[in-house]
Design a protein. Structure first.
Length: 146
């Protein structure tokens, strides 16, 4: 049975700022990864070196500027969660004080991978929040036990 990770966070930034942090290669590396190659159009490449150790690869499946994006997701050189084997969906909802981010990562193969990805996303989404709120996070470094 496929497993999912779901969370919501609020940030003190407009949707356009958050959307750029999720889709612009120069912006995404401010909070996740050490390098990125993104083509935020349906069928476009999603490629991020996460923590300087693991290449996340997928393909954008839905892009509605400032409102929603979705992409397939997986890891190069990983047989359990290979590229394109799971799916990330992110909805950006305007709020008076900024943006509500609804995040779902579905299609994970088992509870172990769900828990590992949940820990990873909690770490990185907290870094996204700090960045979107106007703060600064140190450059991404290799993560242990992800």
């Amino acid at each position: 049975m496929a497993e999912s990770v779901y969370t919501e966070i609020e940030v003190a930034a407009p949707q356009a700022t958050v959307f750029a942090l999720l889709t612009d290669p120069d912006q995404i590396v401010r909070w996740i990864g050490t390098e990125a190659n993104l083509d935020a159009t349906p069928g476009g490449l999603f490629l991020v070196n996460v923590g300087g150790r693991h290449m996340a690869r997928g393909e954008f499946t839905e892009v509605i500027p400032v409102h929603r994006l979705a992409y397939s997701f997986g890891w190069e050189d990983n047989e359990t969660v290979p590229p394109g084997s799971s799916h990330v969906e992110i909805d950006l909802i305007a709020r008076d004080a900024g943006t509500l981010i609804r995040f779902t990562h579905s299609g994970l193969p088992n509870a172990k991978e769900r828990d590992s990805h949940r820990r990873g996303w909690e770490h990185y989404l907290s870094r996204l929040k700090i960045t979107a709120d106007g703060g600064h996070v140190d450059p991404d470094v290799p993560m242990k036990n992800m």
